[in-house]
Ligand binder design. Sequence first.
Ligand code: ZN
Length: 165
Amino acid sequence: MREYAMYCADCHEYTDLGAFVEKEGHFEGEYSLLHNRRANHNEWLCRFLIRHAGHTLRMTENRTEAYAELLRSAARFLESDIDEMVEMQLERRRLRDHELAAERGLGQLQLHVLRSLIAQEAEAIAREPTDNAAKGQFLLGKEEGLKQALRLLDDLLAKTNLLYK
Ligand SMILES: [Zn+2]
């Protein structure tokens, strides 16, 4: 796999970018030994670019002499903060997942409330006395409509349940 590092020739410092994640449009980012994973974020690259604004930057590819040389001799940008940065990224992701789950839970709850309201309405109509055939027909139609709405809601609930699993 093709991997990259961004190097500043003026400061003799680099940041490891890893591979480019094509489908998400960012680099894998710095690698944390502690967490045994990459940041999966461009944050370190952005900080590197800001810190070295106006300097002579060079993008290098792995499996080249220049790449091997910079890994050997150049300083790694903010090396002592990488573990903490990756930890923060993980925390942000956990938080986002948690919020997403809460939102989905609320959405499901609203669907269930709506379902029980419609079911109550259908039951109330079924209990209504029918004095004549025309009214009976009318109520039957109304009840059928509500039952159809319940079937659609059940469908939707089943589908979203599957989707959120
Ligand atoms: Zn620099």
